[in-house]
Design a protein around this ligand. Structure first.
Ligand code: CU
Length: 462
């Protein structure tokens, strides 16, 4: 089998599939196309050109049903090398879309094909893992609708929240890395942690600011399932339903025992599904994402028939709450890991230098070392944050369970991204059932770019 130059087929697929993907040959039945392309959005009356992942129909991102095959070709129409990672799906490692780890990135005018079972179902997302492209909004929803959600017939509303700057990400990063600036912006005071590295110009909800928010028509009564994705590069949000309550159904796409609240923390890269019941009082229901330690906010509005939609200010009256683990401690997975002793416990320190902007995540006290596991093991990651910033830690290719927060044992949520606040130790456990080489990193884009990145490697996986 000679690999096509234009179409790089990744992972364990059949010869027939490879031929179907070759240039000039008809597209395989059921295959979806996602194009990496530029698009224009309006931010405060000014046009911004950013990246996007769009189907030929114009649909942004991808929606599949539980049980579907993830059968996708990514076409790079950008002038730059790029790619997409399927955040929250657990594919074979070669199809995970992390450049140079899963496989080569996609050069301009080239494409790559992916084919694997779309598992696990739930609210996932996709984003570039190449350089700082995520800050240029190369991110989109990736929803695998649960059979239960489909059967319910409930309306679903998907919202991707993002942080936006008029400055190019490279200059934002350079600015952070200036030695004096880095030292000055790092807090030494445990009572006063650093909440933000970057002062953003706007927050977006489905590409729109609150100057012109998306207004979603809903029934007068009934229930709406919100699928909320924090696709920010560097902003933790709190979802605020105001006077209304919602019921948390899942975190990172994984079901939890229902939890009622009005405020829901949503760290970088995390997702939450919330059920909102419309009370029949004809009021519009705003769904806001408030930036941590900032007045800036974004959001959408659910509008029952005839409801008036009031103008929502770009900035709230107070700073958005500090995002921590108060709600995390209450979460219980409805489909937890099977009871089993831990075979391997791996210590990971989340570290940062006060001089300049350097982050790291030494494994077994060795900076740059991978976490190594063997197939079949129950593995525990013990993440100890010695810095003054929170780190949303993401492991690729696996769903883990939160098992302990500061010595408090939990049968917590299943996740793929857990926030580890300053001076906090969080333990998570997972089953090593997906052999390969996997990215394991802080999902704050600038922390990752400045070194808070390692890999999880299976021994003898090849
Ligand atoms: Cu971090």
């Amino acid at each position: 089998m000679t690999p096509s130059r234009r179409s790089l087929l990744l992972g364990a697929t059949t010869l027939a599939a490879a031929h179907a993907l070759a240039p000039g040959i008809a597209q395989a039945a059921g295959q979806r196309i996602l194009r990496l392309q530029t698009r224009q959005i309006d931010v405060g009356g000014r046009a911004a050109t950013r990246y996007g992942a769009v189907q030929p129909s114009g649909a942004v991102g991808l929606t599949l049903d539980e049980g579907d095959l993830f059968d996708v070709r990514v076409e790079n129409t950008l002038k730059v090398t790029s790619g997409l990672h399927w955040h929250g799906l657990n594919p074979p490692w070669q199809q995970d879309g992390v450049p140079y780890i899963s496989g080569p990135p996609i050069a301009p005018a080239q494409s790559a094909a992916y084919k694997f079972p779309a598992r696990p179902a739930g609210t996932r997302w996709m984003h570039s893992h190449f350089g700082l492209q995520e800050q240029d909004l190369l991110a989109a929803p990736l929803i695998v609708r649960e059979t239960e959600a489909i059967r319910s017939g409930r309306q679903e509303v998907v919202v991707l929240f993002e942080d936006f700057s008029w400055s190019p990400p490279e200059s934002l990063f350079e600015n952070l890395r200036r030695p004096m600036k880095g030292a000055m912006t790092m807090s030494m005071d445990p009572a006063n942690p650093d909440l933000n590295d970057i002062d953003y110009d706007a927050y977006l909800a489905n590409d729109r600011t609150l100057a012109d928010p998306q207004v979603v028509d809903v029934e007068r009564t009934g229930e709406v399932r919100l699928r909320l994705i924090n696709g920010s590069a560097s902003t933790n949000f709190t979802i605020d339903l105001g006077a209304d309550e919602g019921t948390l159904l899942s975190v990172d796409g994984n079901p939890v025992e229902p939890l009622k609240a009005s405020l829901f923390p949503l760290a970088i890269a995390q997702r939450i599904d919330i059920l909102v019941r419309l009370l029949g009082d004809g009021r519009a229901v705003p769904v806001l994402a408030r930036g941590e330690g900032r007045r800036l906010q974004a959001g959408i509005v659910l509008r029952p028939p005839g409801a008036a939609v009031a103008k929502i200010p770009l900035e709230g009256a107070t700073d958005g709450p500090v995002v921590g683990l108060k709600q995390e401690i209450l979460l219980r997975a409805t489909r937890p890991l099977a009871a089993k002793p831990v075979d391997r416990s791996i210590p990971v320190v989340l570290a940062g230098s006060m001089m300049g902007y350097t982050w790291s995540m030494p494994v077994h006290d060795m900076t740059g070392a991978p976490a190594t596991v063997a197939r079949g093991e129950r593995v525990e990651l013990v993440m100890r944050n010695e810095t003054m910033m929170a780190h949303p830690m993401h492991l690729h290719g696996h769903s883990f369970q939160v098992t302990e927060i500061n010595d408090r044992k939990l049968a917590g949520a299943m996740r793929d991204c857990i926030l580890v606040p300053p001076r906090t130790t969080v333990k998570v456990a997972f089953d090593a059932d997906n052999p390969g080489i996997w990215a394991y990193h802080c999902h704050n884009l600038y922390h990752m770019a400045a070194g808070m990145f390692t890999t999880l490697v299976y021994r003898d996986f090849a």
